[in-house]
Design a protein around this ligand. Structure first.
Ligand code: XMP
Length: 516
């Protein structure tokens, strides 16, 4: 793999994605990982990400110079570039001029890393520290007003660095630079795409499963549908899908999933009605992490209970179900604190929310992938657009969209409001522009309203439409005012207890997409 060493930037994720967009496989590792461990992963190239620290301050993360002697091509970006220069003995200090945002950049030498690059270009920067002189053996490739060395290379050792952020879209030649580093400087082939991922996974799944029976927890979302289709391609009829109705689903969801999924894939599907069980376990609980853990555990217990029925349907009585397939994605793993060294932002029900004593072994063929890669695989596997382009919906469902305790009445209310919002956003043709639009009930908040000349004291509904590429970062969607007006009017007319509809206009970060 190409290793992306995370120095605590939000950009490390983005770098990993851009590498994969260049058709090369990448993995994130924390900066705290010892160099020997990194090298043990047999990296084809290493990219050092940006980060918030100042390299010359005490306690700042450093790079072990050993990394530069291993013969592996290295690209340092922003902080990673400064850390590289510092480790190799260059003069790195406070910049005479900090540069934030779009920056005029002069390219002094258009070869190697900057081959084919225009002599003047805009780059996107964010730095108050500058590399003043290049380390011995390096040539300076570019400079700006605030960065005497804005890019450098030592072609003989295959070491490269840039002060700017090539991974952000605001750097017009950024992706080209990443591709040049990977394909020309490091000589890596273009071999990571949907069909190679499928081939590789199918072989791995066959080997792991043998002739055992397998179940797949289907949520109705893209990820579990693609995971199921992939496993089905590998082992055919040994797979049974289980769709759990936990009472936290949206209006019409059970029927829709049953219909769309079976029609598209022909995979054996059983549905389990576990609403009473889930709602009982969630009674009185309003703390988000507890909700998530309870839901994660209940899913597993429900799959365990469904085992007998699965074996009967599969005509495999007397055998046992050995594996559980989940559609876990890379961002779920990273946000649940499972990416090496990442913080636990929230416990995704299928990762951080799993109980310790699981009877099944897990199969998670999408665990290293981003959503856009999963969609490409779904299409390659022949799944229809209605499944592949479905907006994400979290496994814990409406349970994490009622802020406060979950009750049947609150669920019914939220289900109605959510159905109205979805209907109007679709009618306005916004389904593909919007990544997803959580509709959230602030159940314990009350405000005064006037409806039909009467005073009311109801709860607000929050609309949270966002645009995103991979759910790791997001911006709030600028939904046209008239569409918002229609949604607001309909919700307050049709849902009696709602007397206010509000719009969440916060990006991620600092907020997350879901409220819990
Ligand atoms: P956040 O709220 O972390 O959400 O910005 C990022 C994406 O993940 C979805 N999400 C989940 N999906 N199980 C899931 O299957 C979960 O526990 C979970 N929590 C959040 C969320 O809808 C968004 O697409």
């Amino acid at each position: 793999p190409v290793l992306v060493v995370d120095f605590g930037a939000q950009y490390a994720q983005l770098i990993a994605r851009r590498v994969r967009e260049a058709n090369v496989y990448s993995e994130l590792v924390p900066h705290s990982m010892p160099v020997d461990e990194m090298l043990a992963k047999d990296p084809q190239a290493i990219i050092l990400s940006g980060g918030p620290a100042s390299v010359f301050e005490p306690g700042a993360p450093r790079v072990d110079p050993k990394l530069f002697d291993a013969g592996v091509p290295v690209l340092g970006i922003c902080y990673g570039f400064q850390a590289m220069a510092y480790a190799l003995g260059a003069d790195v200090d406070k910049a005479a001029l900090g540069e934030y945002g779009k920056t005029d950049t002069t390219i002094d030498k258009t070869d190697g890393l900057l081959a084919g690059s225009p002599a003047e270009q805009d780059t996107w920067m964010s730095h108050g520290v500058a590399v003043k002189t290049a380390p011995a053996g390096f040539e300076v490739l570019a400079h700006t007003e605030g960065a005497p060395v804005a890019a450098m290379q030592d072609e003989s050792r295959k070491l490269y660095g840039v002060q700017w952020h090539p991974e952000v879209k605001h750097t017009p030649f950024g992706q080209k630079l990443i591709e040049t580093f990977l394909h020309q400087c490091a000589g890596l082939p273009d071999n990571w795409d949907a069909s190679s991922i499928i081939e590789d996974q199918v072989a791995k799944i066959r080997e792991k499963v043998g002739d055992a029976e397998v179940i797949c927890g289907l949520s109705g979302g893209v990820d579990s549908a693609v995971a199921a289709a992939l496993v089905h391609k590998a082992i055919g009829d040994q797979l049974t899908c289980v769709f759990v109705d936990h009472g936290l689903l949206r209006k019409g969801e059970v029927e829709q999933v049953k219909h769309d999924f079976v029609a598209a894939t022909g995979i054996r599907l059983i549905t389990v009605d576990a609403a009473d069980d889930f709602l009982e376990a969630l009674k009185g609980v309003s703390e988000p992490e507890r909700k998530r853990k309870i839901i994660g555990e209940k899913f597993i217990r429900t799959f365990e209970k469904a085992q007998r029925q699965v074996l009967e349907e599969a005509g495999a009585r007397g055998k046992e179900v050995k594996f559980l397939v989940q559609g876990t994605l890379y961002p779920d793993v990273v946000e649940s604190g499972g990416g090496d060294g990442a913080a636990n932002i929230k416990s995704h029900h299928n990762v951080g929310g799993l109980p310790k004593d699981i009877k099944f072994q897990l199969i998670e063929p999408l665990r290293t992938l981003f959503k856009d890669e999963v969609r490409a695989i779904g299409t390659e596997l022949g799944l229809p657009d209605e499944i592949v382009w479905r907006q994400p919906f979290p496994g814990p469902g409406l349970g994490i969209r009622i802020i406060g305790e979950i009750t049947r009445e609150r669920l019914d209310l939220l289900r109605e409001a959510d159905a109205i919002a979805r209907e109007e956003l679709s009618r306005a043709g916004l389904d593909r522009d919007i990544w997803q639009c959580p509709v959230v009930l602030l159940a314990d908040v009350h405000s005064v309203g006037v409806q039909g000349d009467e005073r009311t004291y109801g709860s607000p509904i929050v609309l949270r439409p966002v645009s995103s590429e991979d759910a790791m970062t997001a911006d709030w969607s600028r939904v046209p005012y008239d569409v918002l007006a229609t949604i607001s009017t309909r919700i307050t007319n049709e849902c009696r207890q709602i007397n206010r509809v509000v719009l969440d206009c916060t990006s991620k970060p600092p907020a997350t997409i879901e409220w819990e």
